[in-house]
Design a protein around this ligand. Structure first.
Ligand SMILES: C[S@@+](CC[C@H](N)C(=O)[O-])C[C@H]1O[C@@H](n2cnc3c(N)ncnc32)[C@H](O)[C@@H]1O
Length: 698
């Protein structure tokens, strides 16, 4: 058990000796050598064990010897400085044997370092500082280790850092700036990019000569670009300028780095400066044109969605596209905290916004998707501190659920403070599941399929409603949001967090568990007006009708008239259990399943008039306006005349399509055509762009 504020844990009576530690470690290393390419698991944080990242500089902490570490204790206000005396054993983290200035040895486990960090493989001989270390038992009685969960709690010290105690000091390994630069070049050629960055940094520290510094900055910029450390690459590129005509390279690299950060406006400025100095350079021209295309998408929302879909492959789900966000803005919400709002009127079906994922790993394996997103979030926050602003600002649960120090994302001791428990809370509260492309999996009966998990910062500001005015879909890592009804400027935009369950208490249980809220949408508020006895009755009738329907599935067999009559009877009872004053203008979700079943059963028997009857009920029960054969109506009116409490789903599209088929069979061609047009508009809301309704059958 961890020591609390009131209890002080004891210093362990005995610990493993250095000899024993090294011997066991070497045995582990031997095993590792025999399977060098084993995949590295991700150690995902357990939120109930959360503790904050150190927000202090190592220079503010009291440095203590390893022998003073207490078991199961977070040593607040303290730090240790140790030399790594073994190669690392690399698994979910990197485990090494370390030694302090007094000759005490211990085990150090460093987790959550990205491959781009030199600390992901903690080189033997380096000296590190662990801030506010967490010391814990490792199973056996005298087996302990320092466990570093937060990546910013461990700092690689430069060899010349005066904080290193005399006994651990090696002095600089290499003498001159030129030596370090050459070492960097060698590491670069060997593709050891983190070491190359380290060596170029030492080279830059060792020389003040601008004619040496400029090309070294250029080298480090290029290496950081390869590592995806775009903030650092941009800073290095700009630092490499000399004021001469060769600066085109600095602007070019800076432009590429800004592009990597999806800051296309800045990228455009830098690339334009590069072009000015070197107008005929084909690489700059190409990057500049690419940047212009992104700016065009951001400004207009013009995308070639079919081409984007066609470009997806198992290796490529990250689309090189800009985000179109200008129809929306973040502002305070009457429902909860911040929300997303319309900045202009939008028509049903129109693009509300299109957002490129802030972070989405190409990992659709259900068992790995969450861990992969978590690992990517940690890596990117370490590698590109400018991301911290938008990502760490996201909602992470009610105040007090997880205390922030306020230092998260700020640079302390040269690295951004990254709190992995906060990252995990933000992930669970804000991430979306995304299929490779929504259109590939829309058949109403299709199983959910493989989904990646991703973070879309802009979309994350949207609150939930069970009867939302927008619908999201995906093509690769692009989230497409479309209006499901006409939206007025200034209106709050809502989305469904998860598919809503028919029973009000069941679905709200999910919202409470996942996000800590009770929904106050028109449907939930309305349904809660039903007396408890009626809620119970509906629950029972729903269970009974589902049981009956599940016995025979209309897609597979011809349903006997007697069974249809039984389902119809129960559906009628269920319908009667909806009070007209409560359900005026809101969906009756418990009726969807039996009505869909009845549509399919009657389709199987070619009872077209009955198909029309029950498909219209499906529309009604999703809260939509129901067209009338005897009146003049426009297909868009399905979405525009339905009030503000309809629930758009692929079942609505399927119902409209079934209606169209049945009307056609009955000789009502005009109704059939209008229903098809309405279905096509609805299918665009569901899939994100215009798609052939026939893909519904795949
Ligand atoms: C992804 S965030 C949405 C943005 C959030 N409102 C903010 O202030 O940043 C999800 C959180 O918003 C809140 N939320 C979302 N929809 C809500 C609703 N309909 N009613 C109350 N709270 C809601 C919940 O606390 C949920 O955990």
């Amino acid at each position: 058990m961890a020591a609390t504020k009131d209890t002080v844990a004891a210093v362990p009576a005995s610990r493993l000796s250095k000899e024993k530690l090294v011997k066991t470690h070497q045995a582990h290393l031997k095993k590792q050598d025999s399977s060098p390419n084993a995949p590295r698991p991700v150690k995902q944080p357990i939120l109930s064990e959360a503790y904050p990242a150190s927000a202090k500089s190592i220079r503010e902490l009291e440095i203590i010897p390893l022998s003073e570490l207490r078991a199961e204790t977070h040593h607040r206000g303290k730090g240790v400085i140790v030399k790594v005396v073994s190669p690392p054993f690399v698994g979910a983290g990197a485990v090494s044997v370390v030694e302090d200035e007094f000759g005490n040895a211990d085990k150090l486990a460093i987790y959550n370092q990205a491959d781009s960090s030199i600390l992901s493989g903690v080189p033997e001989g380096c000296v590190v500082a662990v801030k506010e270390p967490y010391y814990k038992n490792n199973g056996a009685e005298n087996d302990f280790m320092i466990c570093v969960d937060h990546p910013s709690d461990v700092i690689l010290l430069r060899f010349t850092d005066p904080i290193i105690p005399e006994a651990l000091r090696l002095g600089p390994l290499l003498k001159t700036a030129e030596d370090w630069k050459n070492a960097g070049d060698r590491a670069f050629i060997e593709k050891d990019f983190p070491t190359a960055v380290f060596c170029y940094t030492e080279a830059l520290e060792a020389s003040e000569d601008p004619t040496f510094q400029a090309p070294t900055y250029t080298k480090r910029a290029g290496t950081n670009l390869i590592l995806g450390r775009y903030d650092a690459a941009k800073a290095d590129a700009l630092a490499s300028r000399t004021g001469g005509p060769q600066d085109w390279k600095a602007y070019y690299n800076g432009g590429r780095a800004a592009y990597g950060l999806c800051d296309y406006a800045e990228s455009n400025t830098l690339l334009a400066a590069a072009l000015k100095l070197n107008p005929t350079n084909a690489n700059i021209q190409k990057e500049h044109a690419r940047c212009q295309a992104r700016l065009h998408e951001e400004a207009t929302g013009e995308y070639d969605f079919p081409e984007m879909l066609a470009s997806l492959s198992p290796h490529s789900v990250h689309l090189d596209r800009g985000s179109f966000l200008r129809n929306t803005r973040v502002a305070e919400s009457a429902h909860h905290g911040r929300g997303l709002f319309a900045t202009r009127d939008m028509k049903a079906g129109e693009l509300v916004f299109v957002e490129k994922a802030t972070l989405m790993p190409n990992q659709y394996e259900p068992a790995r998707a969450s861990a992969a997103l978590y690992a990517l979030m940690v890596r990117q926050l370490c590698d590109n501190p400018s991301l911290a602003g938008p990502v760490l600002d996201l909602y992470a649960g009610a105040d007090g659920v997880y205390e922030r120090s306020g230092k998260e994302g700020t640079i302390v001791d040269g690295v951004p403070v990254v709190d992995i428990f906060l990252v995990e809370r933000i992930r669970t509260t804000n991430c979306f599941s995304a299929p490779r492309a929504t259109v590939e999996n829309t058949a109403p009966s299709a199983p959910e399929g493989r989904q990646a998990k991703g973070l879309w910062v802009h979309a994350s500001h949207m609150n939930h409603s069970c009867v939302p005015n927008t619908m999201r879909s995906f093509v690769g890592d692009m989230l497409i949001s479309r209006a499901t009804r006409d939206i007025k400027e200034g209106e709050e935009l809502f989305q469904q967090y998860i598919p809503v369950k028919p029973l009000v208490d069941v679905r709200n249980e999910r919202f409470r568990e996942g996000w800590g809220f009770d929904c106050d949408c028109a449907l939930c508020v309305g349904e809660r007006r039903s007396p408890e006895a009626v809620l119970v009755k509906r629950k029972e009738l729903l269970a009974a009708v589902e049981k009956l329907c599940n016995k025979k599935l209309p897609g597979r067999e011809l349903i006997p008239e007697a069974t249809i009559r039984s389902v119809d009877r129960l559906a009628k009872q269920l319908e009667d259990a909806h009070e007209p004053d409560v359900y005026d203008g809101i969906p009756r979700l418990t009726l969807i399943y039996p009505c869909n079943w009845l549509v399919a059963a009657h389709r199987g028997r070619k009872n077209h008039a009955k198909v029309v009857k029950y498909a219209l009920k499906v529309l009604r029960n999703f809260g939509f306006w129901v067209p009338d054969e005897n009146s003049v109506w426009d297909p868009r009116e399905i979405y525009t005349r339905s009030g503000n409490a309809s629930l758009m789903t692929v079942h609505v599209v399927a119902a409209l399509r079934n209606l169209a088929d049945a009307y056609k069979a009955l000789g009502h061609d005009e109704m059939a055509e209008k229903c098809i047009e309405a279905a096509e508009l609805g299918y665009m809301m569901v899939t994100g762009f215009k798609n052939d309704l026939a893909t519904l059958d795949k």
